[in-house]
Design a binder for this molecule. Structure first.
Ligand code: NAD
Ligand code: TYD
Length: 363
């Protein structure tokens, strides 16, 4: 969409201090500098205000520390900021944490999404009465579709839901609420189901940043099970472009799958990262980095394979990924090498406690 004759928007980005939300916030502020951008984030362990620090000088931008389950706060923000677009990223997002403690996942992912939808439903007539349109974009995951066998076709928008972890079950539940609010109340919701993202600002408990940092720290690279689980990897900035496209040209009531056409087995991905680190950080004490690879006990209920059929978003909205996994991983490794001041403070005592707990369970 051309920026020049586009009416400005007032967008509420929930979870905008997390991994994808912060990349999306940066994308949006760069691309639509005149839009009002309000980030609502509880700044949990996964949220980091420092990631948005460069935006704080912009009068159009504001970060509100608060919980999406706080109905009064959400009502106030919608009304006072005259929000027309909600981009909902806030979630508990890590499968391993959902196995250790599912409660927070139900609270944030289910109750939190329900709270936002209810608030938007009651606020929405204010927009329509003023002759404006609105949109509630619900950002979700391919994990709601369950697990594929090696020869199964990729997930399409009509694949039945079959979530296997507390995380994916909570996301599936929230997807159903977003869908129901369109069908029951005519609220303009759109759901996107995306594959595994990687890139800058990724909290170091997920596979890609964990491997980069463990190589830098000379620590073991834990591979669950046989390492042959397959994920479809998408560079986070491509995901942000997809969401931008969906917000501007997607059809309310629809679901769009977003994927990278990059199916890679975990062990191959880790070996690619090792090779990149050996090339880009040649002075590390443990060489080659592959010697740090350590097979550990498998994750409980570990989904074998995810793959996305992104035909619909390509044919209907014209989006497709622009970055190959080789290019995207190189950019990601370069980013982590250049941004120690971002990730170092995250390796706190709490993070270490979590890490020891997961890997004690895994071993
Ligand atoms: P993340 O864990 O990095 O960030 C989540 C953000 O939400 C954090 O900033 C956190 O502080 C905030 N948050 C958590 N609970 C909150 C609450 N109750 N109220 C307000 N804010 C709260 O997650 P992410 O990887 O950026 O994922 C964002 C969204 O994208 C999630 O909905 C996730 O399900 C979905 N998704 C993620 C991936 C992936 O590969 N990471 C893939 C597809 C879809
Ligand atoms: P992760 O980044 O946690 O994403 P998700 O579970 O949402 O796909 O994990 C990606 C894959 O890597 C998944 O198959 C689990 C595996 N994995 C490991 O083998 N070792 C690890 O230390 C982690 C965090 C993940």
């Amino acid at each position: 969409m051309s920026n020049s004759n586009r009416p400005s928007r007032n967008i509420l980005i929930t979870g905008g201090a997390g991994f994808i939300g912060s990349n999306f916030t940066h994308h949006w502020c760069e691309r639509y500098p005149n839009d009002r951008v309000v980030v609502l984030d509880a700044l949990t362990y996964a949220g980091n205000a420092a990631t948005l620090a460069d935006l704080e000088i912009k009068p159009e931008f504001c970060l509100v520390e608060g919980n999406i389950c706080d109905r009064g706060l959400v009502d106030t923000l919608l009304r006072d900021e005259a929000i027309d677009t909600v981009a909902h990223f806030a979630a508990e997002s890590h499968v391993d944490r959902s196995i250790l403690g599912p409660d927070a996942f139900v609270q944030t992912n289910v109750i939190g999404t329900f709270t936002l939808l209810e608030a938007f439903r009651h606020y929405y007539p204010t927009l329509t009465n003023a002759g404006k349109s609105g949109l509630f974009l619900h950002v979700s995951t391919d994990e709601v579709y369950g697990s594929l066998e090696p020869d199964d076709p990729a997930f399409s928008e009509t694949t039945p839901y079959a979530p296997n972890s507390p995380y994916s079950a909570s996301k599936a539940s929230s997807d159903h609420f977003a869908r129901a609010y369109f069908h029951t109340y005519g609220l303009p919701t759109i759901i996107t189901n995306c594959s595994n993202n990687y890139g800058p600002y990724h909290f170091p408990e997920k596979l890609v940043p964990l491997v980069c940092l463990n190589i830098l720290l000379g620590k073991p690279l834990p591979i669950y099970g046989d390492g042959l689980n397959v994920r479809d990897w998408l560079f986070v900035r491509d995901h942000c472009r997809a969401l931008d496209t969906v917000i501007h040209t997607g059809k309310p009531g629809e679901t769009y799958n977003v994927g990278g056409n990059n199916e890679v087995a975990n062990i191959d991905l880790v070996k690619m990262l090792c090779a990149l680190m050996d090339e880009l950080a040649p002075n590390l004490p443990t060489r080659p980095s592959e010697s740090l690879i350590t097979y550990v006990q498998d994750r409980a209920g570990h989904d074998r394979r995810y793959a996305i059929d992104a035909t619909k978003i390509k044919t209907e909205l014209g989006w497709e990924p622009s970055v190959t996994v080789e290019e995207g991983l190189r950019q990601t490794v370069e980013w982590y090498l250049a941004n120690e001041s971002w990730w170092k403070p995250l390796l706190s005592a709490d993070y270490q406690k979590y890490y020891d707990r997961v890997y004690q369970v895994a071993h």
